[in-house]
Design a protein around this ligand. Structure first.
Ligand SMILES: C[S@@+](CC[C@H](N)C(=O)[O-])C[C@H]1O[C@@H](n2cnc3c(N)ncnc32)[C@H](O)[C@@H]1O
Length: 254
Protein backbone atom coordinates (compact mmCIF):
# COMPACT_ATOMS: atom_id res chain seq x y z
CA UNK A 1 0.00 0.00 0.00
CA UNK A 2 1.26 3.52 -0.84
CA UNK A 3 2.48 5.58 2.12
CA UNK A 4 -0.25 7.78 3.54
CA UNK A 5 -2.97 5.74 1.87
CA UNK A 6 -5.76 3.94 3.64
CA UNK A 7 -8.88 2.37 2.20
CA UNK A 8 -10.81 5.63 1.94
CA UNK A 9 -8.11 8.20 1.32
CA UNK A 10 -4.95 8.62 -0.72
CA UNK A 11 -2.14 10.70 0.82
CA UNK A 12 -4.78 12.21 3.09
CA UNK A 13 -7.14 13.09 0.21
CA UNK A 14 -10.51 11.47 0.98
CA UNK A 15 -12.31 9.32 -1.55
CA UNK A 16 -15.14 11.44 -3.05
CA UNK A 17 -18.56 11.40 -1.45
CA UNK A 18 -19.68 9.45 1.58
CA UNK A 19 -21.35 6.08 2.15
CA UNK A 20 -25.12 6.10 2.54
CA UNK A 21 -27.10 3.80 4.86
CA UNK A 22 -26.95 0.24 3.58
CA UNK A 23 -30.55 0.15 2.37
CA UNK A 24 -29.69 2.84 -0.20
CA UNK A 25 -26.70 1.04 -1.71
CA UNK A 26 -26.86 0.18 -5.39
CA UNK A 27 -25.38 -2.57 -7.54
CA UNK A 28 -22.77 -1.03 -9.76
CA UNK A 29 -20.72 -3.96 -10.99
CA UNK A 30 -21.60 -5.10 -14.49
CA UNK A 31 -20.43 -7.80 -16.86
CA UNK A 32 -19.52 -7.03 -20.44
CA UNK A 33 -20.28 -10.45 -21.91
CA UNK A 34 -18.15 -12.17 -24.49
CA UNK A 35 -15.45 -10.23 -26.36
CA UNK A 36 -16.97 -8.24 -29.18
CA UNK A 37 -20.43 -8.01 -27.60
CA UNK A 38 -21.63 -4.48 -28.40
CA UNK A 39 -21.74 -2.12 -25.44
CA UNK A 40 -25.43 -1.43 -24.76
CA UNK A 41 -25.49 1.68 -22.61
CA UNK A 42 -29.28 1.89 -22.49
CA UNK A 43 -29.52 -1.68 -21.18
CA UNK A 44 -26.73 -1.07 -18.64
CA UNK A 45 -28.13 2.17 -17.24
CA UNK A 46 -31.84 1.98 -18.03
CA UNK A 47 -31.84 5.32 -19.80
CA UNK A 48 -30.35 7.14 -22.77
CA UNK A 49 -28.08 9.86 -21.36
CA UNK A 50 -24.70 11.43 -22.20
CA UNK A 51 -21.90 8.92 -21.63
CA UNK A 52 -18.48 8.95 -19.96
CA UNK A 53 -16.05 6.05 -20.39
CA UNK A 54 -12.88 5.58 -18.28
CA UNK A 55 -10.24 3.27 -19.82
CA UNK A 56 -8.24 1.77 -16.95
CA UNK A 57 -10.26 3.35 -14.14
CA UNK A 58 -8.16 1.98 -11.27
CA UNK A 59 -9.97 2.48 -7.94
CA UNK A 60 -12.68 4.60 -9.59
CA UNK A 61 -11.85 7.88 -7.89
CA UNK A 62 -12.28 10.03 -11.01
CA UNK A 63 -15.44 8.31 -12.17
CA UNK A 64 -17.22 8.37 -8.79
CA UNK A 65 -16.40 12.07 -8.33
CA UNK A 66 -17.57 12.84 -11.86
CA UNK A 67 -20.81 10.91 -11.33
CA UNK A 68 -21.49 12.73 -8.06
CA UNK A 69 -20.87 16.05 -9.83
CA UNK A 70 -22.73 15.19 -13.06
CA UNK A 71 -25.83 13.10 -12.31
CA UNK A 72 -27.25 13.58 -15.82
CA UNK A 73 -24.38 11.60 -17.37
CA UNK A 74 -23.86 7.83 -17.36
CA UNK A 75 -20.38 6.67 -16.31
CA UNK A 76 -18.66 3.37 -17.10
CA UNK A 77 -15.22 2.40 -15.82
CA UNK A 78 -13.22 -0.56 -17.09
CA UNK A 79 -10.11 -2.11 -15.59
CA UNK A 80 -8.10 -5.28 -16.07
CA UNK A 81 -7.53 -5.81 -12.34
CA UNK A 82 -10.47 -7.39 -10.46
CA UNK A 83 -9.65 -5.90 -7.00
CA UNK A 84 -9.64 -2.40 -8.52
CA UNK A 85 -13.06 -3.05 -10.08
CA UNK A 86 -14.36 -4.43 -6.78
CA UNK A 87 -13.09 -1.40 -4.84
CA UNK A 88 -14.54 1.07 -7.34
CA UNK A 89 -17.92 -0.61 -7.66
CA UNK A 90 -18.32 -0.94 -3.90
CA UNK A 91 -17.58 2.78 -3.41
CA UNK A 92 -20.04 3.77 -6.16
CA UNK A 93 -22.66 1.42 -4.70
CA UNK A 94 -22.19 2.73 -1.16
CA UNK A 95 -22.87 6.21 -2.54
CA UNK A 96 -26.16 5.02 -4.02
CA UNK A 97 -25.13 5.76 -7.60
CA UNK A 98 -27.21 4.32 -10.43
CA UNK A 99 -25.36 6.15 -13.21
CA UNK A 100 -21.82 4.97 -12.39
CA UNK A 101 -20.86 1.36 -13.09
CA UNK A 102 -17.70 -0.67 -13.33
CA UNK A 103 -16.68 -3.71 -15.34
CA UNK A 104 -13.68 -6.00 -15.46
CA UNK A 105 -12.12 -6.23 -18.89
CA UNK A 106 -9.67 -5.01 -21.49
CA UNK A 107 -10.55 -1.39 -22.16
CA UNK A 108 -8.70 -1.47 -25.48
CA UNK A 109 -10.90 -4.34 -26.66
CA UNK A 110 -13.99 -2.48 -25.46
CA UNK A 111 -13.19 0.70 -27.33
CA UNK A 112 -11.95 -0.98 -30.52
CA UNK A 113 -14.55 -3.77 -30.79
CA UNK A 114 -17.64 -2.88 -28.74
CA UNK A 115 -18.35 0.85 -28.96
CA UNK A 116 -20.76 1.95 -31.67
CA UNK A 117 -19.65 4.93 -33.76
CA UNK A 118 -20.58 8.33 -32.26
CA UNK A 119 -21.95 6.72 -29.10
CA UNK A 120 -19.85 8.23 -26.29
CA UNK A 121 -19.45 11.84 -25.14
CA UNK A 122 -16.23 11.63 -23.12
CA UNK A 123 -13.42 9.10 -22.94
CA UNK A 124 -10.78 9.36 -20.20
CA UNK A 125 -7.36 7.74 -19.92
CA UNK A 126 -5.53 8.63 -16.71
CA UNK A 127 -1.98 7.50 -16.10
CA UNK A 128 -1.86 4.48 -18.39
CA UNK A 129 0.67 1.92 -17.23
CA UNK A 130 4.03 2.91 -18.82
CA UNK A 131 5.37 -0.70 -18.99
CA UNK A 132 9.09 -0.26 -18.53
CA UNK A 133 10.18 -3.65 -19.91
CA UNK A 134 10.59 -3.77 -23.67
CA UNK A 135 8.78 -7.09 -23.89
CA UNK A 136 5.63 -5.62 -22.27
CA UNK A 137 5.37 -2.50 -24.44
CA UNK A 138 2.72 -4.08 -26.63
CA UNK A 139 0.36 -3.89 -23.63
CA UNK A 140 0.32 -0.09 -23.73
CA UNK A 141 -3.15 1.37 -23.95
CA UNK A 142 -2.49 4.37 -26.19
CA UNK A 143 -1.87 3.05 -29.69
CA UNK A 144 -2.84 4.33 -33.16
CA UNK A 145 -5.55 1.64 -33.27
CA UNK A 146 -7.03 2.74 -29.94
CA UNK A 147 -6.75 6.40 -30.90
CA UNK A 148 -8.70 5.73 -34.09
CA UNK A 149 -11.29 3.73 -32.12
CA UNK A 150 -11.67 6.57 -29.60
CA UNK A 151 -12.19 9.00 -32.49
CA UNK A 152 -14.83 6.69 -33.97
CA UNK A 153 -16.61 6.07 -30.64
CA UNK A 154 -16.86 9.73 -29.68
CA UNK A 155 -19.72 11.89 -30.83
CA UNK A 156 -18.83 14.98 -32.90
CA UNK A 157 -16.96 17.39 -30.65
CA UNK A 158 -16.49 14.68 -28.01
CA UNK A 159 -13.71 14.90 -25.45
CA UNK A 160 -10.73 12.58 -24.96
CA UNK A 161 -8.66 13.29 -21.82
CA UNK A 162 -5.20 11.75 -21.58
CA UNK A 163 -3.04 12.30 -18.52
CA UNK A 164 0.33 10.90 -17.50
CA UNK A 165 3.28 11.56 -15.23
CA UNK A 166 5.64 9.57 -17.46
CA UNK A 167 7.69 11.93 -19.66
CA UNK A 168 8.11 9.47 -22.53
CA UNK A 169 4.41 8.60 -22.52
CA UNK A 170 3.57 12.33 -22.51
CA UNK A 171 5.86 12.89 -25.47
CA UNK A 172 4.17 10.06 -27.38
CA UNK A 173 0.68 11.38 -26.56
CA UNK A 174 1.66 14.88 -27.67
CA UNK A 175 2.94 13.39 -30.94
CA UNK A 176 -0.08 11.26 -31.87
CA UNK A 177 -3.17 13.01 -30.48
CA UNK A 178 -3.09 16.03 -32.85
CA UNK A 179 -3.58 13.74 -35.86
CA UNK A 180 -7.22 13.15 -34.89
CA UNK A 181 -7.97 15.70 -32.17
CA UNK A 182 -7.64 19.37 -31.36
CA UNK A 183 -5.45 19.27 -28.27
CA UNK A 184 -5.01 21.73 -25.41
CA UNK A 185 -2.76 21.23 -22.41
CA UNK A 186 -4.01 22.08 -18.97
CA UNK A 187 -1.04 23.57 -17.13
CA UNK A 188 -2.25 23.09 -13.57
CA UNK A 189 -4.57 21.05 -11.41
CA UNK A 190 -8.16 20.25 -12.40
CA UNK A 191 -10.53 22.78 -10.82
CA UNK A 192 -12.91 19.95 -9.90
CA UNK A 193 -10.14 18.01 -8.11
CA UNK A 194 -7.38 20.35 -6.90
CA UNK A 195 -5.49 17.50 -5.20
CA UNK A 196 -5.81 15.19 -8.20
CA UNK A 197 -8.56 13.45 -10.11
CA UNK A 198 -7.17 9.95 -9.63
CA UNK A 199 -5.21 7.92 -7.13
CA UNK A 200 -2.14 7.97 -9.37
CA UNK A 201 -2.36 11.72 -9.91
CA UNK A 202 -2.42 12.32 -6.16
CA UNK A 203 0.54 9.97 -5.58
CA UNK A 204 2.53 11.40 -8.50
CA UNK A 205 2.03 14.94 -7.28
CA UNK A 206 3.12 13.89 -3.80
CA UNK A 207 6.31 12.55 -5.40
CA UNK A 208 6.86 15.88 -7.18
CA UNK A 209 6.40 14.41 -10.65
CA UNK A 210 5.30 16.58 -13.53
CA UNK A 211 1.74 15.80 -14.65
CA UNK A 212 0.80 16.28 -18.31
CA UNK A 213 -2.96 16.80 -18.83
CA UNK A 214 -4.19 16.75 -22.42
CA UNK A 215 -7.75 17.68 -23.35
CA UNK A 216 -8.43 16.52 -26.89
CA UNK A 217 -11.54 17.46 -28.87
CA UNK A 218 -12.51 15.10 -31.67
CA UNK A 219 -11.56 16.59 -35.04
CA UNK A 220 -14.32 16.58 -37.66
CA UNK A 221 -12.83 13.98 -40.03
CA UNK A 222 -14.59 11.32 -42.04
CA UNK A 223 -13.80 7.69 -41.22
CA UNK A 224 -11.46 7.18 -44.21
CA UNK A 225 -9.40 10.26 -43.47
CA UNK A 226 -9.19 9.37 -39.77
CA UNK A 227 -8.02 5.84 -40.66
CA UNK A 228 -5.45 7.22 -43.12
CA UNK A 229 -4.03 9.55 -40.47
CA UNK A 230 -3.96 6.85 -37.80
CA UNK A 231 -2.13 4.48 -40.13
CA UNK A 232 0.70 7.00 -40.46
CA UNK A 233 1.26 7.28 -36.68
CA UNK A 234 4.15 5.61 -34.86
CA UNK A 235 3.57 2.66 -32.55
CA UNK A 236 4.10 3.29 -28.82
CA UNK A 237 7.45 1.52 -28.68
CA UNK A 238 9.20 4.26 -26.70
CA UNK A 239 11.46 3.62 -23.72
CA UNK A 240 9.44 4.69 -20.66
CA UNK A 241 12.34 4.59 -18.21
CA UNK A 242 12.68 7.92 -16.52
CA UNK A 243 16.49 7.99 -16.39
CA UNK A 244 16.63 8.79 -20.10
CA UNK A 245 14.71 12.00 -19.46
CA UNK A 246 16.91 13.24 -16.64
CA UNK A 247 14.22 12.29 -14.17
CA UNK A 248 14.93 11.63 -10.60
CA UNK A 249 15.07 15.39 -10.40
CA UNK A 250 11.96 16.58 -8.67
CA UNK A 251 10.01 19.34 -10.32
CA UNK A 252 7.50 21.70 -8.71
CA UNK A 253 4.09 20.12 -8.30
CA UNK A 254 1.74 20.53 -11.25
C1 LIG B 1 -1.19 3.35 -13.28
S1 LIG B 1 -2.81 2.69 -13.08
C2 LIG B 1 -3.81 4.16 -13.17
C3 LIG B 1 -5.18 3.94 -12.63
C4 LIG B 1 -6.07 5.19 -12.62
N1 LIG B 1 -6.45 5.56 -13.97
C5 LIG B 1 -5.36 6.32 -11.92
O1 LIG B 1 -4.97 7.28 -12.60
O2 LIG B 1 -5.19 6.22 -10.70
C6 LIG B 1 -3.14 1.94 -14.65
C7 LIG B 1 -4.44 1.16 -14.63
O3 LIG B 1 -4.74 0.73 -15.95
C8 LIG B 1 -5.21 -0.60 -15.89
N2 LIG B 1 -5.03 -1.17 -17.23
C9 LIG B 1 -3.88 -1.38 -17.91
N3 LIG B 1 -4.14 -1.86 -19.13
C10 LIG B 1 -5.49 -1.98 -19.21
C11 LIG B 1 -6.39 -2.41 -20.21
N4 LIG B 1 -5.95 -2.85 -21.39
N5 LIG B 1 -7.70 -2.38 -19.95
C12 LIG B 1 -8.16 -1.95 -18.75
N6 LIG B 1 -7.38 -1.52 -17.77
C13 LIG B 1 -6.05 -1.52 -18.01
C14 LIG B 1 -4.40 -1.23 -14.78
O4 LIG B 1 -5.02 -2.39 -14.28
C15 LIG B 1 -4.35 -0.09 -13.78
O5 LIG B 1 -5.47 -0.11 -12.91
Amino acid sequence: MEPGRDQESTCGVPFPGAPLPRERWTRTRVGLGDPGTPLDWVALFGRDAPRVLDLGCGNGRFLVASALRRPTMDHLGIDLVPPAVRFASLRAGQRGLAHCKFAWGDASEVVTARCAPSSVDEIHLYHPQPYYDADRRERRQLTPEVLLAVHRALRPGGLFVVQTDNPAYARYARTVLPALFSVTERPGAWPDAPHGRTLREIVARRKGLQIVRLEARRADLDADEAARRAAALPAPDFDANRARYGAGRRRPRA
